[in-house]
Design a protein around this ligand. Structure first.
Ligand code: ADE
Length: 257
């Protein structure tokens, strides 16, 4: 996969890709990440990339010309190297579709992605209308720019690419892959400051362990994200467990639902 990022702050992307799983994936050629400075496509000697909004109002708006020209240059480079269909051009913005594991899985099927980091009061609407193919928000809060959201999207997508995670780090059991949250994990020591690891995990009884974990998945999701449980198909036994847990007086309800 090739990911091109357009940003006003290329330095923000240096550290995250220099360590650990990302670095390994890049070094092994599983993903190539190219960071482009929008300012390099500005037309004047001051490298102006923003301007006042027509009609007045606070803040500045990103101009269309540098962004169109940067995306066109990237697309020309991609098409020259690879006979592929047009890559999606994704704008990171609080006005976008809410990012999810399912969207990460869809994006991971693409061979190229172009991510555009918005800034200031926004981007000229013609960029959204005639260049961008998708708009993504990482949550219902406003950040200063699209750089951290772009890193979030890249992280969620790249770790799904074949070979990026070793089998021991498999994304199969991730929270949200099944639509539910993960079960609790423990490692040695079996007792720490008097807090013991649940007996069943030390029993070696794999059927009992699997049953306990499934119950924990359901309990945890019911406590923290009951909205997710409503969207998941549970078997009869699991539905009965949900009903039983709901009647438990000490169920930790954290979500306020
Ligand atoms: N830019 C600023 N806030 C954002 C958010 N929540 N998601 C995506 N891009 C953003």
């Amino acid at each position: 996969m090739r990911i091109d990022v357009l940003t006003l702050f290329p330095q923000l992307f240096e550290a995250p890709f220099s360590f650990g799983i990302f670095k390994r994936a890049i070094d092994r050629g599983l993903v190539s990440i190219k960071i482009h400075n929008i300012r390099d496509y500005a037309h004047d000697k001051h490298k102006t990339v923003d301007d006042y909004p027509y009609g007045g109002g606070p803040g500045m708006v990103l101009k269309p010309e540098p962004i169109f020209e940067a995306v066109e240059a990237i697309k020309a480079d991609i098409l020259a190297k690879d006979k592929v269909s047009e890559p999606p051009v994704i704008l990171l913005t609080p006005q976008g579709r809410l990012f999810s594991q399912q969207m990460a899985q869809e994006l991971a099927k693409q061979s190229h992605l172009i991510l555009l980091c918005g800034h200031y009061e926004g981007v000229d609407e013609r960029v959204r209308e005639y260049l961008v193919t998708d708009e993504i928000s990482i949550g219902d809060y406003v950040l200063t720019g699209g750089e951290l959201p772009a890193l979030v999207v890249i992280d969620a997508v790249v770790r799904l690419l074949p070979g990026v995670l070793g089998s021991e780090e498999s994304p199969r059991d991730d929270s949200h892959v099944s639509g539910l949250l993960e079960y609790p994990q423990y490692t040695r020591p079996a007792e720490y400051r008097g807090w013991a690891v649940p007996e069943v995990l030390l029993s070696g009884n794999h059927a009992q362990i699997a049953k306990w974990r499934r119950e924990q998945v359901i309990r945890r999701t019911l406590e923290r994200r009951p909205d997710l449980l409503k969207k998941t198909n549970l078997c009869l036994e699991e539905r009965q467990l949900v009903e039983r847990l709901k009647r438990e007086p000490n169920l930790d309800k954290e979500s306020g639902e």
